[in-house]
Design a protein around this ligand. Structure first.
Ligand code: KIV
Length: 272
């Protein structure tokens, strides 16, 4: 029986590349804390993204803009302690790399040094060339992020599907090729037509990880809170829910409250 790349103990950027070449799909999920990171790592996920979506699902903000570098390092540090196998990617948050490539390098070094994570992710295409190259020159692997880039939400005004027209699609392809040329080890492609994802994934030698980008990406990523059904309000077409934790947790908490009120918890067996 042949060994699949998903059996390999510690996932590296080189293994992700080999997975793409071998046609083995790459699995990626977000995590922001020790306990959940431990579960998804033990389940065999290939990449854990400490996403700035923590701003939404952990801190309750409407956008990803308010989360700070210190917050991201706090989340990443908790995740790193739990993970034995997955490659850990950490989002550099809004305002911590757009100023200059020096700022991008400083932020990346803080993330790597203080959290122990393995790589960083930045949103943008050709406009982040200098930052990608400078961060890479310090030995920090960089992942790109194109299509719907939530840190630019106020520039675009909506969370709708990106690159539906030819001009935007051509620009996205150019950006993807540029990020590969600058040295990115992979690219997240968010909310773009499936036909475009297919073309980008076929053209690039680095892995393309899709979210709302159709089946032809080299891998898929979802926000953990969304796919576990913790977050009931968020219902985009691309989201598949693998559990209904909202209902399960509500039921458990209601039962606990009822047991406390009735005096049936704790029992003699649960007491010292
Ligand atoms: O922050 C995040 O969770 C992300 C994913 C949506 C890819 O960037």
């Amino acid at each position: 029986m042949s060994t699949k790349f998903s059996d390999i103990r510690r996932v590296t950027t080189h293994q992700l590349q080999a997975m793409k070449q071998a046609g083995e799909k790459i699995s990626m999920l977000t995590a922001y804390d020790f306990s959940m990171a431990r579960i998804i790592d033990a389940a065999g996920i290939d990449i854990i993204l400490v996403g700035d979506s923590a701003s939404n699902v952990m801190a309750g903000n409407e956008t990803t803009l308010p989360i700070t570098l210190d917050h991201m390092i706090y989340h990443a540090t908790s995740v790193v302690k739990a993970v034995e196998r997955a490659l850990i990617v950490v989002d550099i948050p809004f305002g911590a790399y757009q100023g200059s490539s020096q700022e991008a390098l400083r932020s990346s070094i803080r993330i790597m040094k203080e959290s122990g994570a393995h790589s960083v992710k930045m949103e943008g295409g050709i406009e982040i060339k200098e930052s990608v190259e400078r961060v890479l020159s310090a030995g920090v692997p960089v992942m790109g992020h194109l299509g719907l880039t939530p840190q630019s939400i106020y520039k675009f005004g909506t969370y709708s599907v990106r690159a539906k027209g030819q001009i935007e699609a051509d620009q996205l392809m150019e950006d993807a090729l540029a990020l590969q040329e600058y040295g990115c080890f992979g690219i997240v492609l968010e909310k773009v037509p499936a036909t475009l994802t297919k073309k980008v994934a076929a053209k690039l030698s680095i892995p393309v990880i899709g979210i709302g980008a159709g089946p032809d990406a080299d891998g898929q990523v979802l926000v953990m809170h969304d796919m576990l059904g913790i977050n009931k309000e968020f219902n985009p077409r691309f989201l598949r829910r693998y559990a209904d934790l909202h209902t399960i947790v509500t039921g458990a908490v209601e039962e606990y409250i009822s047991d406390v009120k009735s005096g049936s918890f704790p029992s003699d067996k649960e007491s010292y």
